[in-house]
Design a binder for this molecule. Structure first.
Ligand code: GDP
Ligand code: IMO
Ligand code: MG
Length: 404
């Protein structure tokens, strides 16, 4: 398969970065097509941990890297990431939106002003995408050609001191000029020559502004078809959609979470899985795997293969549950959409807990050597989603990935 899209099937942080790095060995190019530096995609190779916010997670493999017009780009973050990585082959589409210091300031201000905060990453994502719709936000090509956004009256209206904008513009202009390219055109060139392309979604399906748990969502679409908008790549040439899911559920920020856990069990899973935000360091909320929502996400994305991550983080618990249905006012249902307006009670399947195990050694020996209890969970996922599990991940390291 030549064109693959990797999407998250939960509320983000499913381990997409690790899987992009793992898969990208076989691809010529990797592409970000949505979100911005709200994403934090972690790759760990030989104990060295790298967190990507804007640059595709295939960077450690020396691949061609692209950022499509559907991404909102904070140049300060991009330059920092680029310099830390050394020389990578990065191209940025001139039409992409740019996050300004004003967007970041306003994102944080709006959070303070809301009755109930979203818990955004504070990276100016919602404000810059909204600015794009308002036709205020600058594009990469505007900044690169020295066109300064004329926000004067807005700054006054919002009581914002624009002193930080000047230095920001100077640094950004030079850098963006050097890296601009027509990303859709370059991708089509690669495709027509038979090259393989890997698209990397940020966030997860349940954070999609249309299909997720609105208003507790992000501000650009996270589902696979957005590739055709956010990277200008025709969706009818995509032949592989990979859904990444954790073996349990996590969420950063506010919003509904039917299977959420609290107390010492939540603390234990959070600790086992090191569930602290890759972008903000915030402790992630944790809960049992919710296959009602994951099934919804699988269908919406038309996923054809599944990756289950972090099975190792469930080992050593006293019990193990997976929600397979919701109960609405006494009635059992598999409908996720209704949970957007009616509060469900999850219905759980009890599984035998996964024992402590030597996951490094298991990942070398292959799928058969996984504890039977872990394999049972994988079977349940396949049975409920009706899609094959292709990979399981049992540790942070690149190599701790097993073909199922
Ligand atoms: P992403 O946003 O989907 O790329 O995921 P993040 O990188 O934000 O969060 C996933 C976290 O789990 C990172 O710290 C990864 O290093 C880590 N991780 C990924 N897969 C596994 C796994 O199978 N086991 C464990 N223990 N950690 C994993
Ligand atoms: P990756 O790509 C997890 C969440 C924020 C907040 C909501 C809106 O690493 O999976 P925003 O800053 O986008 O306006 O915040 O979305 N959020 C994420 N949660 N992983 C992410 O990205 C996220 N990107 C945004 O926590 O609840
Ligand atoms: Mg993340």
């Amino acid at each position: 398969m030549n064109v693959s899209v990797v999407v998250g099937l939960q509320w983000g942080d499913e381990g997409k970065g690790k899987i992009i790095d793992y898969m990208s060995e076989d691809y010529e190019a990797a592409v970000r097509f949505n979100g911005g530096s709200n994403a934090g995609h972690t790759v760990t190779v030989n104990g060295k941990r790298v967190v990507f916010h804007l640059i595709p997670s295939a960077a450690l493999r020396g691949k061609k890297l692209y950022i499509g017009p559907g991404v909102t780009i904070d140049p300060v973050q991009l330059i920092k990431e680029y310099n830390e990585l050394g020389n990578v082959q990065l191209k940025v589409d001139p039409r992409a939106t740019v996050v300004t210091p004003f967007d970041i300031w306003l994102d944080r201000k709006l959070e303070e002003m809301r009755g109930s905060a979203i818990g955004t990453t504070g990276r100016g994502i919602g404000t810059s995408f909204a600015g794009r719709m308002f036709r205020f936000s600058p594009r990469v090509c505007d900044i690169a050609s020295g066109i300064v956004p004329d926000y004067g009256p807005m700054f006054t209206a919002f009581n914002y001191n624009p002193s930080e904008m000047k230095k920001w513009e100077e640094d950004s202009t030079l850098y963006l000029r050097e890296h601009m390219a027509d990303v859709p055109w370059e991708l089509m060139q690669i495709y027509e020559k038979g090259g393989k392309i890997l698209f990397e979604s940020a966030q997860g399906t349940l954070l999609d502004p249309l299909y997720g748990t609105y208003p507790y969502v992000t501000s650009s679409n996270t589902i696979a078809p957005y590739v055709s908008i956010g990277a200008g790549f025709p969706f009818n040439r995509v032949d592989d959609i990979i859904g990444v899911m954790k073996a349990y559920q996590t969420r950063v920020g506010s919003g509904p979470f039917p299977t959420e856990l609290s107390g010492s069990l939540a603390d234990l899973i959070r600790q086992n899985g090191a569930e602290f935000g890759s972008t903000t360091g915030r402790p992630r909320r944790v809960g049992w795997l919710d296959l009602v929502s994951v099934k919804y996400a699988t269908r919406l994305n038309q996923v054809n293969r599944i990756v289950v991550t972090k099975l190792d983080a469930l080992s050593g618990l006293e019990n193990l549950r997976v929600a397979t249905r919701y109960n609405y006012q006494g009635k059992s249902s598999s409908d996720f959409t209704r949970s957007l307006y009616d509060k469900p009670e999850p219905e759980y399947v009890e599984l035998d807990p996964i024992p402590d195990a030597d996951w490094a050694s298991i990942s070398k020996r292959g799928y058969d050597s996984l504890p039977a209890q872990a394999k049972r969970l994988v079977e349940l996922v396949e049975q409920e989603l009706k899609v094959d599990v292709w990979l399981v991940s049992v540790g942070q390291e690149r190599g701790m990935t097993v073909v199922a």
